[in-house]
Every structure is written in C-alpha cells, then in structure tokens.
Design a protein around this ligand. Structure first.
Ligand SMILES: Cc1cc2nc3c(=O)[nH]c(=O)nc-3n(C[C@H](O)[C@H](O)[C@H](O)COP(=O)(O)OP(=O)(O)OC[C@H]3O[C@@H](n4cnc5c(N)ncnc54)[C@H](O)[C@@H]3O)c2cc1C
Length: 639
C-alpha cells in the first residue's frame, strides 16, 4: 500500500506534463502512487481542434490515448467524470467512485464564456473539446447538404452563412480552416463556392489582439482577400436559431454561430470551495499551491497566478506545461525534501494558422507570415511530442498533417499526398524483385555460369549441375575492384576483378569520403570475402521479400540503400540506375496489395501493440488497479 497518493484531475497539457514528471521521479518508489483521472480516455490536442471541426484531419488525429502515453509508467489511469472534491476528507469523488489523496493537482482547464449573452447556450456552437469539434463538423456538413436543396433564397443564404464570434486563436484559426474547406463543401453539394459566406464578428475595434498590429493586419488582409467579412466593434447581443443580433441593431441571418469569444475556468470546480480570481480561475501562489489549502495544486488554464500585478499567466500551452512542471516539482520537494521552485513563465511567442497554408507568428520579436509561419507551427507541434515522450503520436502527426491530407490542405499543398491504388505498382514490384533475384543468382552460380545457363532455354538445365567456379559463395578471392583490397591480396583477386564485366559506372571513381567509410567497413580481404558471400543471400532475400510483398517497405528501403552504396563505390552501371527510383516507388505500401504484408503487417502491429502497451482493456476495469472505492450500482463510464 502506497504511503503517498498523488491524484491528478485532468489529462490536458498541464496534467500530462505533471504526471510524466512525477512518474519519472518516483519510477521505482513503491511508496508513491500516482492516479490520473480524466473524463476522456485520451488526451486532446486542443490546439488542433479547428482542424477536426473543418474536416482537415480526421477526429482521431487529435486524440492521444492515455494508455499509450503512460504505458510502462506507474501512472494509474481512471476514465471518469470528477463531481466533487472534499478537502477536509482529502477525497476526490467521481461519478463511479471516490479516490483518497495526499496531494491533489487540479488541471481541468477552461470552458467557453458566453458573458451571459442570451441564446448562446441554446443556439451557438463552441470549440472547446473533441466532442465540440466533431459536433460542429457534422452540423456544417449537414447544413450545407440541406441548404443545397432549399429553394427559398433567403433561407438558403442563411443556412450557408457561417459566423464566428471572437477573433482570438480559436476564432481566426477556425475561420481560416473554413476558408479552405468551403470549396470542397460547395463541390460536394453542387453549389457555387460564392454561395457560402463567412463572417468574423469581434466586439473590439481590432482583431487578433494577442499579436502586434503589423502581424494582425497581415492576417486580416489575408482573410479579407479570401472573402471573409470581418465586422469589428460589433458585439453580439443575442443569438437565435436562424440569426444573430448585433449591438448596433443589425441582424445577420445564419444557422451557425461558432462562439469563441471568451474563456473562463471549468465550472465543475465552482463548488470545490476554493478562492477564485478573474473568470473563475483558481488562485495559486508561485508554487501552484491553491490559496488557503494544503497539498492542493492548480495548474494550466484553471490556475490564476499573477505574473505581474493584474496580469495572470496566459491560457496557452506553454503556460499549462510549465505550471504542471512547477506543481510536480513542488510535490517532489514536499515528499522527498529540497527547495521548491517558484513559477517563472517562459513564453516563446504566438503562432496562428489561418488554414493549412497561411499563418502569422510572432516568435519573441521574430515576425513570420505565410507558409513559413505554419511551417514553424508544425515544428513546435512536433517538438511537443518530445515533451510527452511519444514517438508513436509524432509519427501519426506527420502522417495526418503531411501525407494523408486532402484538397491540398497541407503546407506542401498536395505534393506529398496521394490516395492511389497500390495495385498499379504490382508490375514494378515484380520487376524490381526480378532484378535482385537475377543479381543474387548470378553471384550464387557465378556470373559466367549464370550468363551461359540463361543464354538460351536449353541451357537452363546447366544450373542443376551445381555452382560454377566463379560463384561468389565458393570464391576465396576478392571480387570487388577496390584498390586497398587488391594491393594486399593475391593475383587471384586481380584476375577475378579483371574477369568481371561492368557497364559504364555512374561514377568514374569512388569519392574520397566514401572510400574512407568503405575502408573501415571492409578493412581486409577476409572481411571483404565474408561480405561478398553474405551479399548473395542479402540480394536474394531482398528480391524474394519484394516479390512476395513481405516487409516490402523495409526490403525496398534496403534495395534503395544498397543501390546508393553501389553507386558510390563506382560499381553500379548506368544500365541499373532505374532500380533506385523504382525501389523508392515501392515504399508506397505496395506489399499490401497481393502481397504477404496484407496479413503480416496488421498481425505484427497488433502483436507488438499488445506486447508494448498491454492488451486492450475495458475502461471500467481501470477501477481494479487504483485505490478507489466504487459507488454501489455504478455500471458504465464515459470514455
Ligand atoms: C481551438 C483552440 C485552439 C488553441 N490554439 C492554441 C495555440 O495555438 N497555442 C496555444 O498555446 N494555445 C492554444 N489554445 C489554448 C490551449 O489549448 C490551452 O491553453 C490548453 O489546452 C490548456 O491546457 P490545460 O491542461 O490547462 O487544459 P485542457 O487542455 O483543457 O485539459 C483539461 C482536461 O481536464 C479534463 N476535465 C475537465 N473537467 C473534468 C472533470 N470534471 N472530470 C474529469 N476530467 C475533467 C478534460 O477532459 C481535459 O482533458 C487553443 C485552445 C483552443 C480551444
């Protein structure tokens, strides 16, 4: 039984960072247990919600399964909705159980703030969770579909008008995605792109107010150029099911208002009896300790810590991660001794993507716009995966953002992406496989013997007479025409080298740096002879693997790698140069079509996944592993 129970609520950016830090520190310390509770079984990449909402990526692209993130750590995961925290009894209550704690971290994030505007709760869409994004995407798709059949012009126009309230990150990133999605929506529903109208409605006189004016103006000009109508100094005073009313008295007919105007603390925490600051955020000191409570910490968007008088830490990812680390370090200092480290926010700037191909960024004074801003945002997102230590999700991100995109919604436009039929690469696969099998067989039987046996159909039977004298398997002389091996070897190898026939090589001689590498790899004739024997099996292996479509990606990569090596050794002739691009082309998953990879790869993925992450387990079984007291009669848990 652990002596110290640390319970973390919320597996957002802040909670995940705190849990990772604590899990690393107490990896082998049985006296400390760590429980992470979230209402979802996954961590949501909130910064990309707009990409799901506007169908740039599929919904699962921003869900990172917590079991994968915390596999092989001591963090116990619970998927449940926290309903109450009792500070006196030091106990967290969820819908299905209760969890005693010695140290508690609250990282439950924020939620949209409608500032009491009538109709927002009933008619507006928000973008603050995975569910919000999926709901919005479905609504937009269905509304456009229905609108395409509406004959009344006014109703159709209202249905095809999409309004975004608020011009912060969320609002501008959302409308930027809609700009790019519009063409596809129109095409799929036999509409004209110009039938769809996009609005940004902002109460302040300027947009993107977290950026400098120059950067914000660039973003504004881009949006205006793309046809977005931007209404500034236009607070919305009421939202109806088919229109919105502005303070000026104006009315905009629309069936879709996306409310991104404000953020407040997660209202679930209202009755936790904790002191709160602006927008309900929970007050903490510089160690993220909740005001007036012992052993309770608040992190991320939920925390309120004034970095300067009247200026709380920003509600951004960097602040969330850093507050999470501060709280974890404070708990470590409490349990293991040592000095607590006060929070000192280090922020590197602001990046706003406006669709997949344009963005603006202010990176601590370095101002970027256009393609480069989005490129940097991708780099920052990739760096994030080091923070959560997940190569798997980094790989998935690269796939979703660069290789599996549609409609050129990609910083590299459509160039790296193509949804093609790999069946068409079957003939090429057979051809490249044939190339390696012939190369391997020629070395196995010996070039001369093979040449003669394959010169006519009637000579093929000679292959059954056994291996030729010039077989690479039998040879005890160096076949490779490398100077440093020839000089130290007997006349036999010179004869062998002279005897070999090569087409005009692509390179006339080996480059100095590559010769240096080769001299390390093949220092003596003995090593070279061993390698040339091994090459017979390697070449046959590559050929057979490609032919059978088994581990085709790896075999094709090896094929390309060896061809590059042979080119650099000045051994590969112009007659074989085609095999290099052909091998690269086969890395397109060609083994999945009429090949063994169709069965083998999914089998290996499943077996390796079960071994590394453990077998899939129902969420309700999470309770078996934690020090929880389930409520009687509890059955289902939201995932
Ligand atoms: C569309 C959008 C775009 C954004 N873009 C950027 C950007 O480009 N750059 C940037 O720096 N920031 C951006 N942000 C802000 C950033 O996402 C937040 O600052 C960050 O998510 C805060 O992290 P957090 O851990 O505090 O909370 P969250 O990430 O919100 O996580 C809170 C967690 O708590 C869980 N939870 C909540 N209530 C309960 C409960 N009762 N029981 C159990 N679990 C609960 C939730 O399921 C969630 O997993 C964006 C936000 C949005 C919405």
């Amino acid at each position: 039984m652990a002596e110290k129970n640390i319970v973390i609520i919320g597996a957002g950016y802040a909670g995940v960072h705190a849990a990772k830090k604590l899990a690393k520190k107490y990896k082998r310390d049985e006296s400390v247990s760590i429980t992470l509770i979230d209402r979802h079984s996954y961590h949501t990449m909130m910064t990309e919600l707009h990409e799901v909402a506007a169908h740039r990526v599929e919904p699962d692209a921003i869900q990172f399964d917590l079991r994968r993130l915390f596999n092989r750590t001591k963090v116990k995961l619970v998927t449940d909705n926290v309903t109450h925290v009792d500070h006196d009894k030091q106990c967290v209550t969820t819908e299905h159980g209760s969890f005693p704690y010695d140290y508690l971290i609250l990282g439950m994030g924020g939620e949209p703030n409608d500032f009491g505007t009538p109709g927002v709760g009933e008619h507006a869409f928000t973008l603050w969770s995975w569910e919000d994004a999926v709901k919005l995407r479905e609504h937009i798709e269905k509304t456009v579909q229905r609108a395409a059949r509406v004959h009344d012009d006014e109703t159709r126009r209202a249905m095809l008008t999409f309004t975004v309230c608020g011009s912060g990150f969320t609002g501008i990133e959302m409308v930027g995605e809609l700009v790019e999605w519009k063409a596809r929506l129109a095409k799929n529903n036999k509409l004209d792109e110009s039938d769809i109208t996009l609005y940004v409605i902002e109460a302040a006189p300027t947009i993107l107010n977290m950026l400098g004016r120059k950067d914000a103006d660039k973003a504004e000009s881009y949006l205006v150029k793309k046809g977005v109508k931007i209404l500034k100094s236009s607070p919305i005073v009421e939202v109806k099911s088919d229109s919105i009313i502005l303070k000026s008295g104006g009315e905009i007919p629309t069936h879709t208002l996306i409310w991104t105007a404000g953020v407040q603390a997660n209202s679930d925490t209202k009755d936790y009896g904790m002191s709160s600051g602006r927008a309900g955020r929970l007050k903490v000191n510089e160690f993220m300790e909740a005001e007036g409570l012992e052993n309770v910490y608040v992190i991320g968007d939920l925390a309120y810590f004034e970095e300067e008088p009247g200026k709380p830490q920003p509600q951004i990812v960097e602040a969330a991660e850093q507050t999470g680390m501060t709280a974890a370090k404070s708990i470590i200092a409490e349990i293991s001794g040592g000095e607590k480290e006060p929070f000192k926010g280090k922020y590197h700037g602001v990046m706003v993507s406006i669709g997949a191909r344009y963005g603006v960024a202010d990176l601590s004074g370095i101002h970027l716009s256009g393609w480069f801003a989005n490129f940097v945002k991708h780099m920052v997102n990739l760096y994030y995966f080091f923070g959560i230590r997940s190569g798997y999700y980094m790989f998935q991100y690269v796939m979703h953002e660069f290789f599996h995109t549609k409609d050129k919604r990609n910083i590299f436009r459509g160039f790296p992406t193509r949804y093609g039929n790999v069946l068409w690469s079957l003939p090429l696969r057979i051809f490249v496989a044939g190339f390696w099998i012939v190369e391997g067989c020629a070395k196995l039987w010996g070039e001369e013997t093979w040449k003669e046996a394959t010169s006519s159909f009637s000579n093929v039977k000679n292959l059954f007479n056994g291996l030729g004298e010039d077989s690479w398997l039998l040879a005890n002389s160096v076949k490779m025409p490398f100077e440093w091996l020839q000089a130290t070897t007997s006349g036999a190898s010179e004869v062998a080298a002279e005897g070999a026939e090569y087409a005009t090589p692509i390179l006339s001689s080996m480059w100095g740096w590559f010769q240096w590498i080769m001299e390390i790899m093949l220092p003596t004739p003995e090593v070279a002879i061993f390698m040339q024997k091994a090459m017979v099996f390697i070449e046959l292996g590559i050929g057979l693997a490609i032919l059978g479509g088994l581990f085709t990606w790896l075999a094709s990569l090896a094929s390309a790698g060896f061809l590059v090596m042979f080119t650099l050794t000045a051994m590969l002739g112009w007659d074989k140069v085609w095999a290099l691009p052909a091998s690269i082309a086969l890395m397109n998953g060609s083994g999945r079509s009429i090949g063994l990879d169709y069965w083998v790869v999914p089998f290996l993925q499943k077996t390796a996944g079960d071994w590394w992450y453990g077998k899939e387990r129902a969420i309700y079984k999470d309770f078996d592993q934690v020090a929880a007291k389930p409520h009687s009669g509890s059955k289902d848990m939201s995932a």
